[in-house]
Design a protein around this ligand. Structure first.
Ligand SMILES: *Cc1c(COP(=O)(O)O)cnc(C)c1O
Length: 376
């Protein structure tokens, strides 16, 4: 919560929840990544917050971009970045979208199987490809499961297939899971990456790049290690597994770049109980799972919530959104302590909401408009 955001909210007149992102914080985050990992190129994961103001700021700072769709590529180009600063990092792409990306100048693509290599060989001939390997995501609060990546042994086959198909196999990628609170999580993934490098080298394929993915956390309720400590742990792991032949590296921070730059202001719509004897209060806000807080699914991401009454005594509540869908509950299994004096009409501030909020908001579920956003 920065003074600039506080000032902006003091002056705001409109109704309804809104997200305010302080671009100075995004700039500080970018600089902290650049300093913590000085030999690594930064590919900002656009999906975390694709606001034009964020993209043009990062373009000016020298960032590259990890994109997952043609519209994301177009947004990055519109922000002024050249296509050589863009990777098409989604492993699941339609061939005609690959062709569009190629026509826009994109030459770096992610794959995790031979069928995807075939599409790229046809639609983006001669391009560079990296193969994503599976990661167990232990230690991540928002794990990414087995949806992306293949076993390291298969990655070798995929990369060899790429070479035979006229593409340029450049390396390996992985993602250790989002909101990864253990800075040593990269160690195991880098061991697998190094094994792929060795096996490829035996087949005459010289890989040069490791894409270290995202996963860098933002501070929610609990403290997280500093970016610097991630940089140190990653560098040590690179040394350990690659010796003095450390490859080119890139990172794809999303949450860690923008999460702490944003605050959502919301309003208490109702405070109620389910029976006279029940002492659990239900606090209904004007924002919920469909208004931008989708990452509260399974209560995985626990946002800090601030009120003007935080000095008062607190008691556990269930917190829910305003829509008529019963999944629109933010915290129930692990109730959330809010001031007992909290009243209908009070404003609440939800911290750490600069990433994965605004674009997750539904178009008009129950008639509620998408989240208003301001980037200042
Ligand atoms: C979403 C995503 C990221 C960003 O992950 P964070 O945990 O937000 O840093 C990076 N790389 C890829 C391929 C992604 O899909």
């Amino acid at each position: 919560m920065t003074e600039r955001i506080r000032e902006f909210l003091r002056k705001r007149r409109e109704d309804g929840p809104c997200l305010v992102v302080d671009l100075d914080v995004v700039r500080d985050n970018y600089n902290a990544f650049a300093k913590a990992l000085p030999d690594t190129r930064i590919f900002y994961a656009v999906k975390a917050n694709p606001a034009p103001e964020v993209l043009s700021l990062l373009t000016r700072l020298g960032s590259c971009f990890d994109t997952a769709s043609v519209p994301e590529i177009e947004m990055v180009l519109a922000a002024g970045a050249t296509p050589d600063r863009i990777s098409y990092g989604n492993t699941i792409k339609k061939e005609r979208d690959i062709a569009r990306a190629y026509a826009l100048g994109v030459r770096l693509y992610a794959v995790d199987c031979k069928a995807e290599v075939d599409k790229i060989a046809r639609a983006a001939p001669g391009s560079k490809v990296f193969c994503r390997i599976l990661s167990d995501c232990v230690g991540a609060e928002w794990p990414l499961s087995r949806k992306f990546g293949c076993e390291p042994a298969m990655a070798v086959e995929v990369l060899e297939h790429a070479l035979k198909s006229g593409l340029e196999p450049v390396g390996v990628s992985f993602h250790v899971g989002s909101q990864q609170r253990n800075q040593h999580a990269w160690d195991r993934a880098l061991a697998s990456a190094a094994a792929v490098f060795r096996d490829c080298s035996e087949r005459g394929i010289n890989l040069t790049m490791v894409n270290l993915g995202g996963g860098f956390p933002t501070r929610y309720v609990k403290n997280v290690p500093s970016v610097k400590s991630y940089g140190t742990a990653i560098f040590r792991a690179l040394r350990k597994h690659f010796g003095n032949r450390i490859p080119e590296t890139i990172i794809e921070p999303g949450r860690g770049m923008v999460g702490n730059a944003g605050v959502i202001e919301a309003e208490v719509v109702l405070v109620s109980k389910k029976s006279e004897e029940d002492d659990v209060r239900w606090v209904y806000l004007d924002i919920g799972k469909f208004g931008g807080l989708a990452e509260t699914a399974d209560e995985m991401i626990r946002y800090p919530i601030y009120t003007a009454r935080d000095a008062d005594e607190k008691a556990p509540c269930v917190i829910a959104g305003p829509t008529c869908d019963s999944v629109d509950i933010l915290y129930e299994k692990q109730p959330y302590a809010l001031p007992i004096t909290l009243e209908i009409g009070d404003k609440v501030l939800i911290g750490g909401t600069g990433a994965y909020t605004a674009t997750y908001a539904s178009v008009a579920f129950n008639g509620f408009p998408p989240l208003k956003t301001y980037h200042i």
